[in-house]
Design a protein. Structure first.
Ligand SMILES: Nc1ncnc2c1ncn2[C@@H]1O[C@H](COP(=O)(O)OP(=O)(O)O)[C@@H](O)[C@H]1O
Ligand SMILES: [Mg+2]
Length: 403
């Protein structure tokens, strides 16, 4: 069961919208950009009708983890991920933004996708079969699908407004953006990729390939004015393979979207509109995979908006807790409250991405100003043993859905 309804789009009429991508809604905030990752999911180049609850949080918090980790290689665009540090104009939207948004430095995006490949898959594998090369890079003969390459390669692509990006050679990239900038982006792409792969492999995940985006600031000097933007080494921008299921010589199931792709193949969707929606089991499994990738790679728990139930055999009332600000649950016992508080602090200790102050949040029938809502349908609550994060009796992650 799923904890919250997915956020498929945001609409903040008091803010100026800068753009909307397949996944992100972008707003202008003074000189900066507010980038909000929604729960939209795309497959075969279409945004599907169903979202994956919390996917936007996984993408944001995983990117934040990597941005930090790569900070000594290249400057990044993150100004703040802690909603409390966002400007006052954004505070009315704190609830929606928490955990899934970044205030970013506005840059001029370089119009190529910087792809790094360590394994032969996807469009790289297709091209290799026809030409023995990928994006102008000649590879050894006799490689099989999903084989590891002798060393990671840089294979840029143009950014298509719609449909597939088109692979280009390094020379073509140089014609588009200049030789110096291409060389700099190639070096950065491979450095970031290598570091990411090393870390991921130690966590049992192979990053077969990925794409980075860079932006320019100031005068756009390739040596000093390049900034890493967008998202970094997420399941959306990369092919993650579970290391224990890696077998070259065919397609390796991807870590995250495999259930979605399998389902779409199974219903024989013709990959044309109208786009299908996904059954709840596929949504749930996909969500679990995104969260697992985040946990494994970052060693953190997904922060903010997670609902906790604190209960004990002696405590008949559950406390409904989120790591959000404000609101008080008047229905829970002090025992439940202190259990829950401990759980939240435990989460915060393992999660530097957590941006919120722990506090007791509303119970499902308590309004945002703390007043009780009129009686109405209660969310359905379900405890799953696998959701127990602390191992301590009485503290469980819970999921709920509207009753
Ligand atoms: N710091 C930044 N400055 C300017 N543009 C950015 C920055 N970070 C990300 N972007 C742009 O924001 C958009 C992100 O939205 P997304 O949903 O990921 O788009 P897409 O459908 O192109 O993948 C991309 O077009 C990306 O180039
Ligand atoms: Mg994108």
């Amino acid at each position: 069961m799923i904890s919250t309804a997915p956020i498929l789009e945001t609409s903040f009429p008091d803010l100026t919208r800068h753009g909307r991508g397949k996944v992100r809604d972008i707003y202008e905030v003074g000189d900066a950009l507010l980038i909000v990752a929604t729960d939209r999911i795309s497959a075969f180049d279409y945004v599907l009708a169903s979202g994956i609850p919390d996917k936007g949080k996984v993408l944001t918090q995983l990117s934040a983890f990597w941005f930090e980790r790569m900070g000594d290689l290249v400057p990044h665009h993150v100004i703040a991920t802690d909603v409390a540090k966002f400007p006052a104009s954004l505070q009315p939207h704190a609830e929606t933004l928490r955990g899934r948004s970044m205030l970013c430095r506005r840059t001029r995006p370089v119009p190529i996708e910087c792809v790094a490949r360590g394994y032969l898959s996807g469009s790289g594998w297709k091209e290799y079969q026809q030409t023995g090369m990928v994006c102008g890079v000649r590879l050894p003969a006799g490689l099989r699908e999903s084989d590891r390459l002798p060393e990671p390669i840089f294979t840029p692509a143009t950014k298509a407004e719609s449909g597939h990006d088109v692979n280009i050679s390094e020379d073509e990239a140089a014609r588009l953006i200049g030789r110096d900038l291409t060389s700099r982006l190639k070096a950065l792409t491979l450095d970031i990729f290598r570091r990411g792969c090393e870390h991921a492999e130690s966590k049992g995940i192979i990053i077969a390939d990925t794409k980075f985006e860079f932006g320019l600031v100031g005068a756009g000097n390739p040596a000093t004015d390049v900034v890493l933007i967008d998202e970094v080494l997420t399941p959306d921008s990369s092919r993650f393979w579970p290391r224990d299921q890696y077998t070259p010589g065919g397609a390796v199931p991807s870590f995250d979207k495999q259930y979605v792709r399998d389902y779409l193949e199974e219903i024989r969707w013709n990959k044309q509109p109208p786009v299908p929606s996904l059954p709840e089991t596929v949504v749930q499994r996909t969500r679990d995979k995104y969260i697992e990738a985040f946990r494994r790679l970052s060693g953190r728990e997904l922060a903010c908006g997670i609902r906790w139930s604190a209960s004990s055999p002696k405590c008949s009332t559950r406390a409904f807790i989120t790591t959000t600000r404000g609101g008080n649950s008047r229905r829970c016992s002090s025992r439940a409250r202190s259990n829950a508080r401990r759980a939240i602090w435990a989460t915060r200790r393992t999660s530097s991405a957590c941006t919120a102050t722990p506090s007791l949040a509303r119970s499902p029938n308590t309004a945002s100003d703390g007043r009780r809502n009129p009686p109405g349908p209660q969310p359905t609550l379900a405890l799953r043993p696998s959701d127990c994060l602390t191992g301590r009796p009485g503290l469980h992650r819970i999921s709920s859905r509207p009753g």
